[in-house]
Design a binder for this molecule. Structure first.
Ligand SMILES: *Cc1c(COP(=O)(O)O)cnc(C)c1O
Length: 374
């Protein structure tokens, strides 16, 4: 048994004829840039997410940068981000000479809440980027209420949560990434909807904003060779779109496989006193991009080493909060105590999570965790 953190080959084998056919069709037409499959994917993803507009782009980090560029923010304007997350959002904020303001996160959900955001608020705050970390939504209804009150733009970083549903207090539901002013996602191969290279997309409900976002992806061009604003070159290539068209049809099936695997972990590990299991929030489904434990009593690194000895891979997402990263020294503002972010960085451990996990593999992983704590 060779357990993998993420099994992309196993997933590909099951859809190989269809994927290979789609790839070969693109090669045979050689419409590698802006081929018909890109338009098809845009339409397919609009249908899937319920978003008014999808704008494909080159990767998730570009999506975040393009979102910020389209909002017309000025150098020195502040944008609130969680301290416990992947670097991309804070990085593009800083690259655009905006100020990343880092706030703490909730211990249970790993996500920001209005109480955390409030600590980062100043007269310069113009936007915030809630990240739906590990596959579960931030409390978006409260975040949108807060944003409206303080006139802030919300850019959702949905790179880890595509396909997750948020339930509002009136019972209505929306997919994550379609609730804020702009949503950003990534099709990096290991993401829940991954292509065979880099890819990304933006979503918005706003027609004017959609046009601005689209312009930003093509050198600020409205009409060919007429550039209205400074943009960038960020395209989803046709081969990736063709692959994504095949995989999007299976995204719900993939999500269910992840949810089933998470349930097996949670059942198997519920009596282990040395760990805390990932919490599921009542307002969101969880699409388990990662299944992330909190290991108590400073034993995280020891558990990781033990699992590795037993042939069980595991990963630390993320070992250092953003406020501790050298790249942000003198650039970012840390707002309030970031103790929970630090505590999480020292205690989190993600177990293997993908669509191809078998009951045998999970049984072995669960046993190994239990043995460590015995
Ligand atoms: C993967 C990821 C990104 C960046 O996506 P790329 O396509 O790799 O640029 C941004 N934010 C989060 C939370 C991610 O997990």
């Amino acid at each position: 048994m060779k357990i993998q953190m993420c099994d992309l080959v196993g997933q590909y084998r099951k859809i190989q004829p269809e994927v290979d056919g789609a790839i070969s069709q693109v090669i045979n037409s050689s419409a590698f840039i802006n081929g018909p499959q890109v338009k098809e994917f845009k339409a397919n993803l609009e249908k899937y997410t319920g978003a008014g507009h999808v704008i494909p782009c080159a990767n998730g980090t570009d999506a975040l940068q393009i979102a910020l560029m389209a909002l017309g923010l000025q150098p020195g304007d502040e944008v609130i981000v969680p301290a416990f997350t992947y670097v991309a959002a804070a990085e593009v904020i800083a690259l655009l000479k905006l100020v990343p303001v880092m706030v703490d996160v909730d211990r249970e959900s790993f996500n920001i809440t209005p109480a955390h955001i409030e600590k980062g608020l100043s007269s310069k705050t113009k936007a915030m980027i809630p990240v739906h970390l590990f596959g579960q939504s931030c409390p978006m209804e409260e975040i949108m209420d807060f944003a409206q009150k303080h006139h802030l733009f919300i850019i959702e970083d949905n790179a880890q949560a595509i396909g997750a549903w948020y339930t509002f207090s009136n019972g209505s539901k929306r997919q994550t990434g379609t609730i804020g002013h702009i949503g950003c996602t990534s099709f990096f191969p290991t993401k829940n909807l991954g292509c065979f290279g880099d890819g990304g997309a933006l979503t918005t409900e706003d027609d004017l904003l959609a046009e601005r976002l689209r312009m930003m992806t093509v050198h600020g061009q409205a009409v060919k060779y007429h550039h209205e604003v400074l943009g960038c070159n960020s395209r989803l290539d046709t081969l990736q779109a063709a692959i994504l068209n095949v995989k999007l049809r299976r995204l719900d099936e993939y999500t269910h496989a992840r949810q089933r695997a998470a349930k097996i972990y949670s059942e198997g590990l519920k009596d282990v006193a040395g760990i805390a299991l990932p919490g599921e929030m009542p307002y969101s489904t969880h699409v388990y991009h990662q299944y992330t434990l909190k290991v108590k009593d400073g034993r995280r690194n020891a558990l990781k080493a033990y699992l590795s000895e037993k042939g069980v891979p595991s990963m630390i997402y993320y070992p250092l909060p953003l406020n501790g990263q050298n790249a942000f020294k003198g650039i970012a503002r840390a707002a309030g105590s970031l103790d929970v972010s630090k505590e999480l960085s020292d205690s989190v451990l993600s177990l293997p999570m993908h669509t191809e996990l078998t009951a045998d593999e999970q049984g072995y992983i669960i046993d190994a965790v239990k043995k460590f704590f015995r």
